[in-house]
Design a protein around this ligand. Structure first.
Ligand code: ADP
Ligand code: MG
Length: 487
């Protein structure tokens, strides 16, 4: 693979050099700088080094830049959809609620109740991440999914880039103490830019007491292990913008906050401070809602005057069904009329079929049985581990009632090129196996029913997974945080 034109070579690392020199250096840097995660069943005083790669992974510069270039158009597109432009998102969500009553349906119910009750805050913040694989044969970026809720790794992405840059600049990768990679190893600005995005929401928020600064409430999962990724944002909010924050679980809202019945302003009980922004790092999966009270708490947050990142409509705009519908140019251009922007986004899409009674749906149903090897089947769920690949698709579809098929989308498989030489570090174990890398680009956008107040690119992320070669390139198994070396 190193023979490919311009493809960066990897350092030759003996087992001895890896264990005696590089790993201690990696662990010391990671622990010193918070490139960490809690292990399962953790004590709060004991973190471990996050799963990472030893080297940055080579990425074609053109693909990297293309992904960054389209982010603001994606932000605009999803903001426009979330504004419920032409009532389209409500219409589609109503249908989707029927095919996924357990989760999408419940979010939809809460939204309808909130709307009936009256939604007091017009402003909404989108904190988005668009994920891509890079097609092997032409190096084009192809979108895997667009995330509109609880996007993670903006914090750790910056740190792993800093680690790789440090290892390179300090001469640790090489035998002669010089930097090994001469190509650029960029550091993702996501840890700073995401905090800036949250700050813009606070700056537009009008607090009840104009002399008191509102705070940000991070809504988090109980027992969250990826805390350090989140705390980087909290630290940056305070140190760079003077904004305080607190952490609350969905289960704690009715116990630790108070909603003023008449003004709908939301206050943190312990300090009396007003919450100006509710930033969700949970609430995207059924497990985040254990009891009816948790759903009530989500309702309280939705009707509160605090800005939500995201509100329920923005969250609903991120379903895989909406992603499928947007591959239709006629639908896409309703929300993104600018032809150049629309074309740029269309080029990042692979074919996605519904499995319903529409014309395209009938084609999808046929292809799922005649050519399953070209597809992945996805349900309306976030957070990994739900997809059905290739030959498993027909068996799976036959195992469920055909009336439930519309809850799934059938997506053409993207065929990324594995990287052979990188080394994955998990705990004290290292693995030199082929990996597949997924590039994510962050964006933030602040908007109300009519206007976009700010629209920004907010950094990037590379996540790599072991590539299960027996499945011909379908990603499976563990993920880790990676960075890029551009060629
Ligand atoms: P989730 O909401 O679970 O993150 P994704 O759509 O991101 O769902 O799919 C999970 C993983 O499945 C991706 O990270 C990627 O590795 C793989 N995957 C998804 N779609 C495709 C595709 N079209 N081609 C190849 N791999 C895919
Ligand atoms: Mg994903």
């Amino acid at each position: 693979m190193s023979s490919l034109k311009g493809y960066p070579k990897f350092p030759d690392v003996t087992k001895e050099k890896l264990e005696r020199e590089l790993l201690p250096e990696v662990f010391q840097w990671a622990i010193s700088n918070g490139l960490t995660i809690y292990p399962p069943d953790f004590k709060i005083s004991e973190a471990q080094v996050a799963p990472i790669t030893l080297f940055p992974t080579p990425l074609p510069r053109k693909a990297f830049e293309d992904a960054i270039d389209v982010q603001k158009s994606f932000n605009s597109l999803y903001a426009k959809i979330s504004q419920n432009h032409n009532g389209w998102l409500e219409e589609e969500s109503e249908k989707l609620a029927k095919s996924d009553p357990e989760f999408t349906g419940k979010l939809w119910e809460i939204y309808k109740r909130a709307k009936e009750h009256g939604i007091s805050q017009d402003l909404a913040l989108g904190v988005f991440r668009s994920d891509y694989l890079i097609n092997d044969n032409d190096n084009q970026i192809k979108q895997v999914e667009f995330n509109t809720v609880s996007v993670s790794f903006a914090g750790l992405s910056t740190k792993v880039g800093q680690l790789h840059q440090y290892l390179n600049d300090s001469g640790r990768y090489s035998a002669d103490g010089e930097s090994f990679f001469n190509e650029e190893i960029p550091v993702s600005p996501s840890a700073e830019l995401l905090a800036e995005g949250l700050t813009k929401a606070i700056q537009h928020f009008k607090p009840a007491a104009s002399d008191k600064k509102p705070i940000v409430a991070f809504i988090v999962q109980e027992g969250e292990r990826n805390v350090f990724d989140q705390s980087v944002l909290a630290f940056n909010l305070l140190s760079k913008h003077g904004i305080q924050s607190c952490r609350l679980t969905m289960q704690e809202i009715h116990l630790k906050t108070t909603l003023d019945k008449s003004t709908k302003r939301l206050y943190l009980n312990s300090t009396g401070k007003e919450i100006g922004l509710v930033y969700f790092r949970s609430g995207y999966a059924p497990n985040d809602f254990v009891t009816q009270q948790d759903w009530e708490n989500r309702f309280t947050l939705e009707i509160s005057y605090a800005i939500k990142a995201p509100n329920l409509l923005t969250q609903l705009s991120g379903t895989k069904k909406i992603q499928q519908l947007l591959t239709n140019k006629n639908i896409l251009t309703k929300f993104l009329p600018d032809a150049n922007s629309a074309d740029a986004l269309l080029q990042t899409f692979v074919r996605i079929y519904p499995l319903d009674s529409s014309e395209l749906g009938e084609m999808g149903k046929k292809l799922a049985f005649t050519n399953p090897e070209n597809f992945v089947l996805k349900p309306q769920r976030e957070g990994g581990g739900n997809n059905i690949y290739k030959e498993d698709i027909p068996t799976f579809l036959k195992s469920i009632d055909e009336k439930d098929w519309p809850a799934y989308i059938l997506m053409e498989l993207i065929n990324p090129r594995p990287t052979e030489e990188n080394i994955v570090i998990r705990g004290e174990q290292t693995f030199q196996v082929p990996i597949l890398s997924e590039l994510g680009v962050f964006g933030t956008i602040l908007f109300d029913n009519k206007t976009v107040h700010s629209n920004d690119y907010a950094g990037w992320l590379l996540r790599s997974k072991f590539s299960a070669s027996n499945k011909g390139g379908v990603a499976a198994g563990f993920g880790c945080v990676d960075s890029v070396v551009l060629y």
